[in-house]
Design a protein around this ligand. Sequence first.
Ligand SMILES: O=C(O)C(=O)C[C@]1(C(=O)O)C=C[C@@H](O)C=C1
Length: 280
Amino acid sequence: MNAPPSPPDLAALRAEIDRIDEHMHRLLMERGEIIDRLVAVKRSQGGEGGSAFRPAREAAMMRRLVDRHGGLLPLDTVESIWRVIISTFTYVQAPYAVHADLSAGEPTMRDSARFHFGFTTPFVPHMGPRGVIEAVAASRGDLGLLPAAQLPAGAAWWHALEGADAPKIIARLPFVERADHPAGLPVFVVSHPIADAAVTEIEVWSVRASGWSARAAAVLGGRGTLIAAARGLAPSLLLSVQAGACDAALAALAEAGAQIEGAVRVGSHAEPYRFGADAA
Ligand SMILES: O=C(O)C(=O)C[C@]1(C(=O)O)C=C[C@@H](O)C=C1
């Protein structure tokens, strides 16, 4: 009778780990060479200048990552590793800074910035959304992070996104949404308007409207979500709606008593990807 095979010893298993680590490192360096070639192609197509951040491509990559993931390594870890890989390769293509509004709380916004953009990309703190929007407008290709929620001060910061050349919302983070996300603060990414690669699954609108109420906002139902509202001299709403559903959302608000004075699209982003229990 044959003796049972003896289990591999620790040294052999560590040699396997070393082999895999070296392979992953070499693959990352090879990825860098491909990014070099990609930059040359973009340049030849006249796509040079501004930010290299391509939200449509990134949203698709993050969705595929989540779909194929399994095993021992927590999804949080895999997601954060890929966020750092992608955002750092974005940075090496065209250096940029991330300006973040800390007025709604520093730790959560800083966590979001570091989780999604790593430590190589410079982080510039601001107190309030206006400073972030102005810094992005004045930059060549910087990104701004704004809380995608009502801020305590309640000023209509989104009016600063209305001009044709003004910065626009181009993404919403996290791309992958779940209740226990380690950097789960809902955040809008603003940048100079991007001609290509914009995702339009969800549109964000600045709506000048008076006479609205919490009840009016509730009638939006599945048509959209009231992100933030400002009262005062120029009452205004920030609405996100499914692509093409703005007219229906405004009609629902008007029926519930709001007077709509105008609406300007201030950006768009990918539908947040939900999975597991959060997909239900
Ligand atoms: O696909 C591109 O256009 C890239 O610039 C590459 C890359 C990446 O590292 O995978 C980097 C930045 C973009 O936001 C998307 C993806």
